[in-house]
Design a protein around this ligand. Structure first.
Ligand code: G2H
Length: 256
């Protein structure tokens, strides 16, 4: 296929703004000697790091993209502590992670909220990295495909094909997140393939073929190549292993 792989580092609640600058500089330096157009690189950083990363990326014309780990479903108003689409658009965020399992678990984000956030991101020119995936109970019962597709349907309700064509979907089985328990390449392909088939059903094959479907959950330099060899896996959302710039560079260079 012609999909450009995407390797996206989800820093979660780590690195302050000075560490963020040092980290992105390290990435830029390590990737500069290489034509890394073949792989798109993104960092998904705490809100407080966004301005620092923007200054560096814009100033040095780096190819590294960046985005936030959440977005408010509201445009403005009395929502203490929230960050809006217009604010993120002003900081030129390319991406916003939406519906990460940690947001669903600790902040009660349900399908309605996730759907509203997907629409809010698109409304402000920000591409959602939509996270879906089953927990251990669902996996043990063998219902991972149906469960994950139901999350996909909910998140994409009333999202038109022109927008959906640009979305990034991250399949993150909750039992594999930060646990060191990585899904097998076959596990990843089973659900990522089912996600693409559902996208084809919703929007047609042409749109489905454009959408990047990532795998996330304990991806490291040592296991990324086998996962990337699967036909419906177009990249990874990398948490823990993305905090070490050298390790993340090895993940980006998974083809080497
Ligand atoms: C899953 C992933 C990145 P980790 O949350 O979103 O984190 O690679 O640490 O499992």
């Amino acid at each position: 296929t012609s999909r450009t792989p995407l390797m996206a580092g989800n820093w979660k609640m780590n690195l302050n703004h000075l560490e963020a600058i040092a980290h992105v500089q390290k990435l830029a330096f390590a990737l500069a000697d290489k034509d890394y157009d073949a792989v798109e690189v993104a960092v998904l950083v705490p809100f407080t790091d966004l301005r620092s990363v923007q200054t560096l990326v814009d100033g040095d014309k780096l190819k590294i993209k960046y985005g936030s780990q959440d977005i408010s479903e509201h445009v403005s108003g009395a929502y203490t502590g929230e960050i809006s689409g217009p604010m993120l658009a002003k900081l030129k965020c390319a991406y916003a992670v939406i519906g990460h399992s940690e947001r669903r678990q600790y902040h009660g984000e349900n399908e309605e909220i996730v759907n509203a956030k997907v629409k809010a991101a698109f409304a402000h020119g920000i591409v959602p990295i939509l996270c879906i995936g089953e927990g251990l109970d669902v996996r043990k019962a063998g219902n991972q495909v149906a469960y994950t597709l139901a999350q996909l349907d909910g998140a994409l309700a009333d999202v038109p094909a022109e927008q959906a064509a640009t979305i990034v979907v991250a399949y993150e089985p909750v039992w594999a997140i930060g646990t060191g328990e990585v899904a097998t390449p076959e596990d990843a392909q089973e659900v990522c393939g089912a996600i693409r088939a559902r996208l084809s059903g919703l929007y047609g094959q042409e749109v489905a073929d454009k959408i990047r479907v990532l795998y996330g959950g304990s991806v490291k330099a040592g296991n990324v190549a086998a996962i990337m060899a699967q036909p419906d896996v177009d990249g990874s959302l990398v948490g823990g292993a993305s905090l070490d710039a050298d390790e993340f560079v090895r993940i980006v260079r998974f083809r080497d």
